[in-house]
Design a protein around this ligand. Structure first.
Ligand code: PHE
Length: 435
């Protein structure tokens, strides 16, 4: 991991959060808590600083507004806010039965404080803890962290809402209880204009019901899950589409998650493309047992907020959510969905970097260095050339970096300085030869 001294200084000046990542220390100190460093440590100070922004707790920020809209649509669910994003790898992965070789565990995909502590990659990390409290119907909101590419819809921090609903499966009346709720959902859906394409198959051998669960109960849980989410998505997207004139189209597809079975994904047709909204499924009984809820059965879902907020508020670039510019923040009002009015589109400064690679590296490591050097001044990074020299067999790569500020005009000189620091730092980090 690379830490820029300039960045440490910048963060500690403006931030209430105390992060001490100096390499002189064997540990990282965050808000008084010390985390020993090891070969897994890869969470940079710039990302740790974002843990205190809490956009989902701000009622007049688009993320906070969307959160409330979802909470109001699911008003008989308990509304929760997740604690600190620093969780154990056990909570994030093992408790949910992620296989040892799952790619999400890799250093190139996730941020680690050390081998056993990380920034949560999804809100599911809190599922067992919430179930342990005995809560049957709940939705929980949190910031989640993933190492990713750089473009207008990817940012290393985003927000998710986890929802769950379970019923006591030891009573004879469980089917009746679910059916009663289904009846209410049916009534509500009768007033909507939604076309549901469902390409999933009941008790699909590749995505089967759980053997420990009666198939009638599994079938009812799946039905309840799908109807609840069809209604929720309709209640959100009716703010973006004239649903009286044109029905909203949603699509259910089969999926896989280690702690749910069967598992599904829900997509919505938006501007001619299927947009993936959420993952969900019937809770694995094993997972519920681990949370002391083995006598209950039900479902869970995890929904990303940024993608939906970009549609509802017409926000063209995910970096804008993190803007502290009053021209962005003052446009939004608690409880209201309003269209973002771009205050300006400053010109981009496009710069390329080409190099010979001496040893393999993961692109996410490159993106991280670019982010670290330039903060939110990079709009996108794209690999535009990738070849192996026919004679020398040397591998060459060229990346195009688009520098553009959301809030001001970036001069060519400023972009050149940023680019020089990007080049210097990737040279150091990857031992590469610039072409
Ligand atoms: N946590 C999953 C994700 O981030 C979504 C999910 C939540 C899937 C709950 C199933 C149940 O992709």
């Amino acid at each position: 991991m690379m830490i820029l001294r300039s960045q440490i200084a910048r963060i500690s000046k403006s931030s209430k959060l105390s992060v001490n990542l100096s390499l002189r220390y064997q540990s990282t100190l965050i808000n008084g808590q010390s985390y020993s460093r090891d070969e897994f440590t890869n969470a940079p100070s710039s990302i740790l600083a974002l843990t205190e922004r809490q956009l989902h707790q701000q009622p007049s920020h688009p993320i906070g507004i969307l959160r409330s809209l979802i909470e109001n649509s699911l008003n008989n669910y308990q509304h929760l806010t997740a604690p600190s994003p620093i969780v154990s790898t056990y909570k994030n992965f093992d408790e949910l039965e992620f296989p040892e070789d799952h790619p999400g565990r890799s250093l190139s995909d996730s941020y680690y404080l050390n081998k056993t502590t990380m920034l949560r990659t999804h809100t599911s990390a809190h599922e067992c803890d919430v179930f342990k409290k005995g809560t049957d119907k709940w939705i929980l909101t949190a910031d989640v962290y993933r190492r990713d590419e750089i473009d207008s819809s990817h940012y290393p921090v985003f927000h998710q809402m986890e929802g769950a609903c379970v019923w006591d499966d030891t009573t004879k009346n469980v089917e009746k209880a679910i059916e009663e709720e289904l009846h209410l959902l049916e009534k509500a859906l009768a007033h909507t204009n939604v076309i549901t394409e469902d390409v999933t198959v009941n008790n699909n051998p590749n995505n089967p019901y759980q053997l420990s669960q009666r198939p009638e109960v599994s079938g009812l849980i799946v039905k309840h899950l799908k109807m609840t989410l069809n209604l929720l998505v309709y209640n959100l997207f009716k703010h973006a589409q004239n649903v009286d004139a044109e029905p909203l189209k949603v699509r259910w597809i089969e999926a896989y998650f280690p702690w749910t079975g069967p598992s599904y994904e829900l997509e919505v047709l938006w501007e001619g493309k299927w947009l993936e909204l959420l993952g969900c499924g019937v809770m694995q009984q094993r997972t519920l047992e681990r949370a002391g809820m083995g006598h209950k059965s039900g479902w869970a879902f995890g929904l990303g907020l940024e993608r939906i907020a970009m549609v509802l508020f017409g926000i063209p670039d995910i970096r804008l959510f993190w803007s502290t510019d009053a021209r962005f923040l003052s446009q939004f009002e608690s409880g209201k969905i309003s269209k973002f009015v771009p205050y300006s589109k400053y010109p981009p400064c496009i710069k390329d970097v080409s190099f010979w690679v001496n040893k393999p590296f993961h692109e996410n490591d490159l993106y991280e260095i670019i982010r670290e050097c330039s903060q939110d001044l990079v709009e996108s990074v794209e690999c535009i050339d990738n070849f192996v020299h026919p004679k020398s067999q040397r591998h060459s790569l060229c990346y195009r970096i688009n520098y553009r500020s959301m809030d001001k005009n970036l001069t060519n000189e400023e972009a050149n300085d940023l680019h020089a620091s990007v080049i210097e730092n990737i040279k150091k980090a990857f031992n590469i030869e610039i072409r």
